[in-house]
Design a protein around this ligand. Structure first.
Ligand SMILES: Cc1cc2nc3c(=O)[nH]c(=O)nc-3n(C[C@H](O)[C@H](O)[C@H](O)COP(=O)(O)O)c2cc1C
Length: 172
């Protein structure tokens, strides 16, 4: 069995809907499971065990949600191995593994995407899918109101399917 770890935070349900669509898309593939973990409880052991990683976050103040940042603060160095005794430095134990990102935003989302990518660059994981930025429509700019576009939910579903099939086939 291959495992996709999906770390998430959602205050008003938008990101939760993206996560549900991703899981729906991945569910058709036998032999791959999606393990969803709230950012508040996710551990470095979860990350180290996973074959692929998805981060799902709202954009708050042009950045990832605070609980996602707190997750990275807590687990980042626990996913690095100290190889100085062997003449090396500090190396990522998850280097090369595939990852991508789901963002729910009011009117932008690019800052949240960039902030997650910058941190995961330090783990030297591979971004194998550009990810999805879903912007709510019909609400006031920057507010939690508004609905998600069906196109964005379809994109999340397709991303889930692609990750699951790609992992199973060893294509990611
Ligand atoms: C405190 C706060 C800050 C926000 N900052 C931004 C922002 O910088 N850019 C943006 O596009 N949307 C922003 N929004 C809108 C949220 O990203 C949007 O409502 C999103 O759907 C929230 O995701 P959730 O429903 O999963 O909690 C902000 C919302 C809140 C509550």
């Amino acid at each position: 069995m291959r495992h996709i770890l999906l770390i998430h935070h959602s205050a008003s349900g938008g990101t939760r809907a993206l996560v549900a669509a991703f899981c729906d898309g991945a569910s058709a593939t036998d032999g791959v499971s999606v393990i969803t973990r709230s950012a508040q409880v996710a551990t470095a052991a979860d990350v180290r065990k996973a074959d692929a990683l998805i981060i799902a976050t709202p954009e708050n103040f042009g950045y990832m949600a605070g609980s996602i940042k707190e997750f990275f603060d807590r687990v980042f160095y626990a996913c690095m191995a100290d190889t100085t005794a062997l003449g090396g430095g500090t190396e990522s134990v998850v280097a090369g593994r595939p990852y991508s990102v789901l963002i729910c935003a009011g009117n932008d989302g690019s800052g949240a995407m960039l902030s997650v990518d910058r941190i995961i660059t330090g783990w030297r994981m591979r971004k194998v899918h550009p990810g999805v930025i879903a912007r709510r429509v019909g609400g006031e700019a920057g507010s939690s109101r508004g609905t998600l576009r069906e196109d964005d939910l379809v994109a999340c579903r397709e991303m889930g399917q692609l990750f699951a099939e790609g992992l199973l086939m060893g294509a990611l």
